[in-house]
Write a protein that binds this ligand. Structure first.
Ligand code: SF4
Ligand code: SF4
Length: 82
């Protein structure tokens, strides 16, 4: 999963780009739900939120490293859940 750091300026550019609906406005800054972030695996070659963030504040979450297979499984679970 990716994460949003406190450098977020709440511009709302990333939220509509997420194919999994994983991004939402949090209490202070935007947040990513790690149970929904597939790092865009299943949809795109590159994380779409990272592509559009004007301040580059969406790194990989070092505490939630996942293999490509695990991300693909997450994608398939999300699709199955509708
Ligand atoms: Fe959504 Fe993709 Fe960003 Fe994860 S990497 S939050 S799935 S846009
Ligand atoms: Fe925050 Fe970047 Fe998303 Fe804008 S695009 S809301 S700065 S994480």
């Amino acid at each position: 999963s990716l994460m949003i750091t406190d450098e977020c300026i709440n511009c709302d550019v990333c939220e509509p780009e997420c194919p999994n609906g994983a991004i939402s406005p949090g209490e202070e800054i935007y947040v990513i739900d790690p149970s929904l972030c597939t790092e865009c695996v299943g949809h795109f070659d590159e994380p779409q939120c990272q592509q559009v963030c004007p301040v580059d504040c969406i790194p990989l979450d070092p505490e939630r490293e996942e293999t490509r297979d695990a991300l693909m499984e997450k994608y398939q679970r999300i699709v199955a859940a509708g």
